[in-house]
Design a protein around this ligand. Sequence first.
Ligand code: ADP
Length: 479
Amino acid sequence: MKVLSVASELYPLIKTGGLADVAGALPLALVAHAIETKTLIPGYPAVMKAIKKPKKVHQFDNLLGEHVTLLEVKHDGLDILVLDCPALYERSGGPYVDGNARDYPDNWKRFAVLSKAGAEIAAGVLPGFEPDLVHVHDWQGALTPVYMRYAEAPEKPSLMTIHNIAFQGQFFAELFPYLELPPHAYNEALEYYGTLSYLKSGLVTAHAVSTVSPSYAEEILTHEFGMGLEGLIAGRSDNLYGIVNGIDVEVWNPASDDLLASNYSATTLKKRPANKAALVKRFGLDTDDGPLFCVISRLTWQKGLDLLNEIVDEFVESGARLAILGSGDSAIEASLQAAASRHRGRVGMVLGYDEKLSHLMQAGADVILVPSRFEPCGLTQLYALRYGCIPLVARTGGLADTVIDANEAAISAGVATGIQFAPVTADALRRAIRRTIRLYEDQKLWSQMQKQGMKSDVSWDRSAALYADLYQRLVSKGQ
Ligand code: ADP
């Protein structure tokens, strides 16, 4: 089967979030299912710089008024199609925002062009490549199924994956004529309370919609999580799927990770504490036998990290220590920094993004705290499972789907891998921390949970099989 993937990010070339990981990892994992994927991305400066000897494969003379060259290149095992259009993509900021974190004013066009190019490739403009299915990601790729719906070419099966429904790509309705769609497409697909919503248009036109965990797929049907699109999603519930992301189990392997102080596996857990000692030193924490909790996260309301401030004094009284790595909301940053200065030796903080340190933290901490208010999939808890760091997570989205709570039944069945709590309030978090500390006191049970977590399959293999199966169903239905 041949698949065209349309994405605005692709690991390892350009990444701001989990979408890049999925777009980069899934094609590689699908090879085993005889699925050949080409991924279409914009030619941002970082992409143009990284690719070597791309081949010009097509020239679009007028894509919404732009002259766009289509390049093809192999990179790290991925087959990539790049839209070379400096007028749209050669910008000094990130993929979506300028250096002052402001959206580029022409984002509506930058991603409509990406989507339209996707639809043209689906229709066969690229010699020798007739995709059987088109898989688009988030609002940036969401117009592809719309352009496919209104094109003259026969419509190919399409799947749209929502990585985070909070981002919807909403623009002024006045821009509609510039999208070069027939007038009736406005009401049929794009109109959303008097504006254009790209995500909505993908939701109503893609043959199937998926999100990155089964629980999040259910949650977005509700008012609380649907961000206004719950009604429309309910209308698609027959074709709504949830497939959890995997992680790169080569990069994240405690047995071979050279960023650790000491490598270990589920059978050599005795070697793990050397990492805890290194971590304690790195964060300037006291040395004792108590549990060490960590946070590795964007410090935002979504991640629930404002709650830490409310409980941190009591947390310290319980004898536990906390190492925080993150940055984000300035009020949360300030409150946690204040907690670190108030509780020297008990709470340590590194402000910023540090991929290397995050590996040592997963290997050294006893517990990772993930109190997210919503979490489409989440990656940190998956790394934690693989590294024997017990995840303490909010019972939401992908966190609920990937961590098995240590309740009585799960403990006696030997299947527990972490701790879940709900609702996301300071009180419930406080209780969950107390429960975790009690579990930690039973070191035999604790190491059993660690081993159980380390056995969990967090690789892409299982998820790729589910995507392959879904692709197959969509292609068969389309015939
Ligand atoms: P989200 O994409 O919503 O931020 P995820 O859990 O899906 O949350 O992915 C976050 C990724 O970013 C993980 O790989 C995590 O380890 C990493 N990360 C987040 N904050 C930091 C940080 N301050 N330093 C290093 N890595 C971080």
